[in-house]
Write a protein that binds this ligand. Structure first.
Ligand code: NAD
Length: 358
């Protein structure tokens, strides 16, 4: 069956990196219907909105969305709802993308890019699954008011509401267990159940869901300890599942362990397996149009798309092996270059991955 893919290159380096990812996808023996649409600042320039109705419709009708990056300083003066970044929020909301998957992989060849010692971090391969649509970021009531009680009565106070409903926890927990089944069979749920009621419900619910996955070894960790263990012994982790706030922080921490933002893919998924796949980095306006951007995060995002939305794990692995091979061959874009390796541009890196596929 032909699978429909919406390709949204976006702004800055978006079109350069996307070109390479699409070349890789087209080289696989898959029946894909690839359709392009503008998004972000590019869409604003063309249609007066960062997420035009036709782009949204295409995304909704597709099995998966491959997204480049959006944003440029030149749009900073636009009203918030017309800024390029609103396109991502609009897509997340309308597609119901409640789960964010961020792998942090440090290829042994790039171990020197990390701020941690190579012997601690080399070969790191973890997956952080972050709930994306609930928690303190969306809970109400929230606001700034005058405190009516306590030692600071009469002063201004800010307040937010951390909340999770059981079904929200349940659905992200299921994805966590299923991701663990595709990897090493270990899942670590991160919460703050010693202090927060929301976290207590989180933990109870995850334990309940675990009954459906007797093949998975489930552990629990408080978020402060998890933050510490990620820098102490990051390779002890495999799949981490956590809420929106904790996941926001831990996934950035894990990404930085690898030291190379140009290498990190990400996915946001809904309950029916439809997903939006994008590099973790932004549109890098400082290097746009120079042909030097690293396309590997986008190519690896395409691999994630094959694994999680298109049921093609074998093809995903084929891409990941090809990326590893070009690193072993010593090819590096400027962002990951070090003396003794060979510096290449965006297109040459794409050429090398294509060659390594076979
Ligand atoms: P950025 O990730 O675009 O760039 C940070 C630094 O990393 C820059 O020096 C850039 O040159 C470099 N870099 C990023 N990706 C690279 C790649 N593939 N190859 C080589 N170098 C790379 O972050 P920023 O500069 O803070 O933001 C730039 C724009 O991107 C802003 O408008 C921001 O809002 C937007 N942004 C978009 C997304 C997204 O589309 N999901 C995410 C983050 C930032």
């Amino acid at each position: 069956m032909t699978k429909k893919i919406a390709v949204l290159p976006g702004d800055g380096i978006g079109s350069e990196i996307m070109e390479q990812a699409v070349r890789v996808l087209k080289a696989l023996d898959l029946s894909l219907d690839i359709e392009y649409a503008p998004v972000g600042g590019t869409a604003y320039d063309l249609h007066g909105h960062p997420l035009p109705p036709a782009t949204l419709k295409l995304a909704q009708e597709s099995h998966a969305v491959l997204f480049g990056a959006v944003g440029d300083w030149k749009y900073d003066k636009l009203p918030r709802e017309l800024r390029p970044e609103q396109a991502i929020l609009g897509l997340r909301k309308s597609l119901g993308l409640f789960a964010n998957l961020r792998p942090a992989v440090l290829y042994p060849e790039l171990a020197n890019a990390s701020s941690l010692k190579p012997e601690i971090v080399s070969g790191l391969d973890i997956l952080i699954l972050r709930e994306l649509t609930g928690d303190i970021y969306f809970g109400t009531p929230r606001g700034i008011r005058t405190a009516t009680d306590g030692p600071f009565a009469g002063s201004k106070e800010g307040f937010d509401t951390m909340r999770y409903a059981e079904p929200e926890i349940r659905r992200i927990a299921h994805l966590g267990f299923q991701a663990a089944q595709k990897r090493s069979g270990r899942l670590c749920s991160v919460d703050k159940a010693n202090v927060l009621e929301t976290s207590q419900l989180w933990r109870d619910t995850v334990i309940e869901v675990a009954k459906d996955y007797p093949d998975i070894a489930l552990t629990h960790m408080y978020v402060d300890n998890a933050a510490m263990q990620l820098v102490r012994a990051p390779r002890e982790f495999d799949v981490i599942v956590t809420g929106n706030l904790f996941g926001d922080i831990l996934s950035d921490e894990a990404a930085m362990l690898t030291g190379s933002i140009g290498m990190l893919p990400s996915a946001s998924m809904n309950a029916s397996g439809q997903g939006l796949y994008e590099p973790s980095h932004g549109s890098a306006p400082d290097i746009a149009g120079k042909g030097i951007a690293n396309p590997l995060a986008t190519i690896l995002s395409a691999a994630m798309m094959l694994r999680y939305s298109l049921d093609s794990d074998a093809q995903a692995k084929r891409i990941e092996r090809a990326v590893q091979l070009v690193l072993q061959q010593g090819l590096r874009t400027a962002d990951i270059f070090e003396p003794g390796t060979t510096k290449v541009g965006t297109a040459a890196m794409g050429d090398a991955v294509l060659k390594a596929l076979n």
